[in-house]
Ligand binder design. Structure first.
Ligand SMILES: O=C(O)CCC(=O)C(=O)O
Ligand SMILES: [Fe+2]
Length: 378
């Protein structure tokens, strides 16, 4: 049985909308919207696109080819996320060019579209501050998250700072790019922040679920959520799923979508696509962010309660768990494991690895595994 898609996201010309209207209709109501007419003078919309509207892949290799980026393998699931690989932008582009030529060739049916690669969460602004690819639209400028991170100097916090993490924990301003068919599994955004996402080229199809229905994509214990709304979702495991009422829209080139707090969404690139997106919060959704942090904090405390007596810095351990789980909920699985009894030395390696958004998941596992061995050896 297919999804119940009963709502469409509205489309409004951003030039005809005042800031007050945007606040009243979308921020306060926490409703999604597609805004047009706000990207006209962006440098990205000239430099990053060829005359035929396709991404100018060569431009990325030439100007930003050495950047190290996180690439999701859309065909490989790891817990509740896609498997991540690290590579340079030029390596990523090379694979994309190969895919395009194999799709164009006569043997396109044999091309391996299962392991499509999708470049995600590239901290482009932080890495290239001089290259002004775009200007944040006025509607999204009241952004306490990025404002804070721009001022926060990681060097003053040597315990949590690692040179290689400087860029990956610097802000929530990203570039996403990937060929037709790449996609993002069902999720709600980090900290239950808002996001906005601008299509420099290509087309995205979005599926949204309002927060009042989010329990319908969870199992009966509210622990695991559906990963892909188009897979064969087990009715026994997710009994509410078939009742969910979805909002759908197709976001075209030069359109910006506003993603409200706490809305689950799944996204599919219907063409080769490049987008710019930010996560952000302000007074209108601060309560969402606070609630999820508080809930996660209490959960971290409860799970660690039984090792409280043998732990030197219980509060610190709770905070580090909270940080790790806020970054990526799939790591929660580790909380339930006795591996969390961490010795002083490995607490440090855990602490320093939690700040990378995705790449250091293995490091965390390794440091926990190492600490487990250490404890067993004692
Ligand atoms: O474009 C995508 O693939 C995902 C974007 C997203 O989840 C967001 O902007 O919140
Ligand atoms: Fe998202």
């Amino acid at each position: 049985m297919g999804l119940k898609i009963e709502r469409r996201v509205e489309r409004v010309n951003g030039k005809d909308l005042s800031y007050t209207q945007f606040v009243e209709q979308y921020l306060v109501q926490n409703q999604p919207v597609i805004l047009t007419g706000l990207m006209e003078d962006w440098r990205a919309c000239k430099d990053w696109i060829l005359e035929d509207g396709k991404p100018n892949l060569q431009f990325f290799s030439t100007h930003f080819g050495n950047s190290k980026v996180q690439v999701a393998d859309c065909g490989a699931r790891e817990c509740m996320e896609q498997k991540r690989l690290e590579m340079s932008v030029s390596e990523f582009i090379e694979k994309w060019v190969q895919l395009s030529s194999s799709r164009e060739s006569i043997c396109s049916e044999v091309s391996d579209d299962k392991s499509l690669l999708y470049l995600k969460d590239w901290h482009f602004v932080k890495e290239y501050p001089e290259y002004c690819a775009y200007r944040t639209p006025f509607f999204f400028c009241d952004d306490w998250l990025n404002m804070y991170l721009d001022k926060y100097d990681m060097h003053t916090d040597p315990d949590s700072y690692q040179k290689k993490n400087e860029i990956s924990c610097s802000d929530y301003r990203f570039v996403y790019m990937g060929p037709k068919g790449t996609w993002t599994p069902l999720h709600a955004d980090v900290f239950r922040s808002y996001s906005w996402s601008a299509n420099v080229c290509g087309k995205k199809q979005w599926f949204f679920l309002s927060p009042s229905q989010h329990h319908l994509v969870f199992d009966r214990y509210m622990t695991n959520a559906v990963y892909d709304i188009f897979e064969d979702v087990s009715e026994t495991k997710f009994p509410g799923f078939k009742e969910a009422i979805w909002w759908e829209c197709t976001q075209e080139q030069n359109e910006i979508i506003f993603v409200p707090s706490g809305w689950y969404h799944q996204v599919h690139n219907q063409e080769d696509t490049i987008s710019i997106n930010h996560n952000w919060f302000n007074a209108y959704n601060l309560s969402w962010v606070w609630d999820i942090l508080l809930t996660d904090y209490k959960q971290a405390r409860d799970l660690l309660e039984d090792i409280k007596e043998i732990c030197d810095d219980f509060e610190g351990l709770c905070q580090r768990n909270l940080a790790a789980n806020t970054v990526s909920p799939s790591w929660k699985i580790w909380q339930k494991s006795p591996l969390l009894v961490i010795s002083n030395s490995s607490t440090y390696s855990f602490q320093s690895s939690i700040y990378t958004k995705y790449s250091s998941k293995d490091e965390i596992c390794w440091s926990m595994y190492a600490s487990c061995l250490l404890i067993e050896a004692q």
